[in-house]
Ligand binder design. Structure first.
Ligand SMILES: *[C@@H]1O[C@H](CO)[C@@H](O)[C@H](O)[C@H]1NC(C)=O
Ligand SMILES: *[C@@H]1O[C@H](CO)[C@@H](O)[C@H](O)[C@H]1NC(C)=O
Ligand SMILES: *[C@@H]1O[C@H](CO)[C@@H](O)[C@H](O)[C@H]1NC(C)=O
Length: 361
């Protein structure tokens, strides 16, 4: 091929790649596309470089680097797709941008079964007339700092400690950061009705089973007395004398969103599950995808709600839930996720539990 013909062909192919979905994630103008066509590859290269610097990524070989760059580009396409399906949030580069969906799943860890342990009661139906318009347990001192589960499918243990930290604060007036590692190492509670379905460290678990374990064990130790390692190869080092928070009872909240809000306000942060697919590319805003699976695969903590999240794209104000995640404070909005309220989006209303702590004084 003649060099010039090749060049034209090259630019046209780049344009085709670009038009199929690559590029800037918040601007869709044709001008933008045409301006950037010339150096699309360069642009990705620099995005990838910036990504590597920001998240301290090192790849052992050129081969690994090239492979991760190809995954990164595929994830930029995914982010662009998510942006179209979820215009009230911002999707783009996250620390998961060089990971395949399979690798991403190691950062989740919810066993998707829906049976409840025998000790789980049903939360009472509460009045919902006088609920505050906006509510956030962070403003009332019931929420600890955002933690990081690392490459361990232990989300369920963070959701559990978060709920008990809040309940313990309500019962005792003290905010204690509690140990996930105790749950990862010591909690092998099984679902009585489903054989082999047990809490299993980095291989997943369920918040209700973890409340059941905590009830039986006598409580949880402090984070600093039993620190998180991010692996489940150690033995159980539980010391009953060092328990600082105990479960009185726990209950399953009805799927009605007003009941969820009322229970949140009354009992403290709630353990909830959702489908995390949009969270791989989430950067900020209120996530409210048009399409989202309700297959639950991630355990998180519901800490509040807002009446009106402003959506740039749709010019509407959406009520939303405020969710504490366990992927460190760099992810999302300082470690938090906002998801719209009102439609059980991504299954967020499907599995909600409240816990009551013992006042140990
Ligand atoms: C390439 O893109 C950058 C921004 O990403 C821009 O500043 C620069 O001017 C572009 N170069 C050319 C030749 O268009
Ligand atoms: C949990 O305990 C509290 C305090 O004793 C009680 O008010 C509540 O009804 C109990 N909830 C369930 C579901 O048993
Ligand atoms: C697990 O974590 C502990 C404490 O950080 C560390 O000493 C150990 O080497 C880790 N084990 C594995 C298999 O990563």
């Amino acid at each position: 091929m003649d060099r010039r013909v090749f060049l034209v062909f090259f630019v046209v192919s780049l344009f085709a790649v670009y038009a199929s979905g690559d590029g800037d994630f918040t601007t869709y103008g044709d001008d933008m596309i045409i301006r950037q066509v010339v150096n699309t590859t360069e642009k990705y290269g620099s995005h990838f470089g910036a990504f590597m610097r920001k998240f301290g990524k090192f790849y052992a070989s050129q081969k690994e680097h090239d492979y991760r760059f190809s995954v990164f580009k595929a994830n930029m396409l995914r982010a662009k797709r998510h942006q179209k399906l979820d215009p009230s949030a911002v999707h783009g580069v996250t620390r998961f941008s060089d990971m395949t969906s399979l690798e991403f799943r190691r950062h989740l860890g919810l066993r998707s079964r829906l049976r409840f342990p025998s000790d789980a009661g049903k939360a009472e139906i509460l009045p919902t007339d006088d609920l505050p318009r906006d509510f956030d347990w962070r403003e009332h001192g019931a929420v600890t700092e955002v933690k990081d589960q690392g490459t361990c499918g232990s989300c369920w243990s963070f959701s559990t400690t978060g709920a008990l930290e809040g309940a313990n604060f309500l019962a005792t007036g003290k905010l204690e950061s509690l140990s996930e590692q105790q749950l990862v190492d010591c909690d092998h509670e099984c679902d009585p009705e489903s054989q082999g379905s047990c809490d299993a460290g980095c291989n997943g678990g369920l918040m209700n089973s973890a409340f059941e374990y905590t009830l039986k064990a006598g409580g949880l130790m402090r984070e600093k007395d039993y620190p998180y390692t991010g692996n489940d190869t150690g033995s159980c080092k539980f010391d009953k004398n060092k328990v600082v928070a105990s479960v009185r009872n726990f209950s399953v909240v009805s799927l009605d969103e007003d009941q969820i809000a009322a229970n949140l306000v009354k009992s403290g942060p709630l353990a909830v599950a959702l489908n995390a697919v949009y969270m791989q590319t989430y950067v900020g805003g209120v996530s409210c995808p048009y399409v989202c699976s309700k297959r639950l695969n991630h355990g998180v903590l519901l800490v509040g709600y807002g009446a009106a999240g402003y959506s740039e794209t749709r010019k509407t104000k959406k009520p939303y839930w405020i969710i504490k995640n366990s992927w460190g404070p760099e992810w999302g909005e300082n470690g938090y996720y906002k998801i719209c309220k009102g439609h059980n989006v991504c299954g967020v209303d499907s599995m909600v539990s409240a816990v009551v702590a013992v006042d140990r004084h």
